[in-house]
Design a protein around this ligand. Structure first.
Ligand SMILES: [Zn+2]
Ligand SMILES: [Zn+2]
Length: 422
């Protein structure tokens, strides 16, 4: 038996007894690794990146489609509902700003020329804003300062003719949903199949998601005249500016309709759905499973969001887990430590006989190869089970035992001068 020889693994051992590997032999006290570390893999620090292109992870000549795709990906990743890292929310907002600027040809042109300051109104007199007709973007934030300047810089409403190109009845992707799932220790180790009931917004079957009452048809919104946007004049220190905002009456669709009785016009209803979930082997507390398209339904034919299942794992009475390693303790008598013994160890595979070699020191860690947790995503690879050996020294002994131990002591003191010693 070699201490620290971790390269060789002995699988089952012979005669059904697992032969241990000696991991380490601390001088005494509690073994260093007897307590699983807290999962410290999360908590990545988000670095503030000023450049909109690098924020979205696209090149400077990316087209609109690529930008949109990159935005969706990044927004999903950093959405505060799904990402609880500190800084995720800020990042999410920055990504939104970046997308708002880069998805609009005009804003993008300004950004490319003047950087972020250009978009924040620091352009010094708006002189460079000529030729900005044909707004194709869909402005949703009425208080966006840039919008105010933009309107003003355009010399009244002259350049607004292009507004008709704004998408109507735009489909919106449904919100992602969250479900918290608690697993038993072994369910997390080996994976399991689960049925979960998820309460989420589903497309309304009465109106097929349109939100309109059956037999009625939509008509042009009287407040915005069907444009979906309303323009108001705002007085600022720099003068009067036009402000464009999404029409509050029709929410930008340009149309009003008699709302469906079932869903109240939203096109979606809250509904419980049973989802069969396959939990892979090796998940742990903090793992997150994504179930595609099982989040909330989209609006007006938009794609549904995703469902995120957050996992927590219950403790086991005897086993502790640290990543793919399992730890447990075994207590033996000092006599067994001297003579060696065989003990039954609870493992994730059930009870396994483990040989404790003679002369085992207190605090020894014995390794049971491949009795740990399957690696997430590669369950053929498994961690090990580390058994921490505690040696029990009796606090009181019988007079017969005392006699024997005293004999031992006598033997030991004689042995000091002989060829044998402990
Ligand atoms: Zn309207
Ligand atoms: Zn409906």
């Amino acid at each position: 038996m070699q201490a620290g020889k971790l390269g060789t693994r002995i699988g089952g051992g012979h005669a059904g007894v697992q032969q241990p590997h000696l991991l380490k032999q601390p001088a005494g006290g509690r073994p260093a690794s007897s307590r699983p570390r807290l999962n410290s893999r999360r908590g990545a620090v988000v670095v503030r990146a000023a450049d909109y292109y690098s924020l979205l992870g696209v090149s400077r000549n990316a087209d609109k489609k690529q930008i949109k795709q990159a935005y969706r990906q990044a927004a999903r990743k950093y959405h505060p509902d799904v990402n609880r890292d500190p800084g995720a929310e800020d990042k999410f907002k920055e990504i939104g700003q970046a997308y708002e600027a880069l998805s609009d040809d005009n804003k993008r042109a300004i950004y490319d020329r003047y950087g972020e300051a250009g978009l924040k109104g620091g352009m010094g007199g708006m002189g460079g804003m000529g030729g900005m007709g044909g707004m194709g973007a869909d402005f949703s934030n009425p208080f966006d300062l840039f919008e105010s300047f933009f309107g003003g810089g355009m010399g009244g409403m002259g350049g607004m003719g292009g507004m008709g190109s704004r998408t109507r009845n735009r489909a919106t992707t449904g919100e992602d949903d969250r479900y918290d799932l608690q697993l038993d220790f072994l369910e997390a180790v080996f994976g399991c199949a689960k049925e979960i009931d998820v309460d989420r917004l589903a497309s309304c079957s009465t109106c097929s998601g349109s939100g309109a009452k059956a037999g009625t048809s939509a008509s042009s919104c009287p407040q915005c005249g069907g444009a979906g946007q309303v323009v108001s004049a705002v007085r600022t220190p720099l003068g009067m500016f036009q402000q464009v905002a999404t029409c509050p009456r029709c929410e930008g669709t340009g149309q009003i309709f008699t709302p469906c009785d079932t869903c109240g016009g939203d096109g979606r209803v809250r509904e419980s759905k049973r989802i069969s979930l396959k939990v892979p082997a090796g998940v742990d507390s903090g793992s997150r499973l994504r179930v595609r398209a099982e989040g909330n339904a989209g609006k007006r034919g938009g794609e549904p969001g995703d469902l995120y299942v957050y996992i927590t794992v219950k403790d086991h009475p005897e086993l502790r887990r640290d990543g793919i390693s399992i730890h447990s303790d075994v207590e033996i008598s000092y006599v067994d430590a001297i003579l060696g013994t065989q003990v039954k160890v609870t493992t994730v595979d059930g009870p396994v006989e483990l040989k404790i070699p003679s002369g085992t020191q207190p605090g020894t860690t014995l390794l049971m190869a491949k009795r740990g947790v399957p690696r997430l995503g590669n369950s053929a690879s498994r961690g090990d089970h580390q058994v921490h050996v505690r040696v029990r020294i009796p606090k009181s002994i019988s007079s017969d035992e005392r006699k024997l131990v005293e004999q031992l002591k006598e033997m030991q003191s004689k042995a000091k001068f002989g060829p044998f010693s402990f």
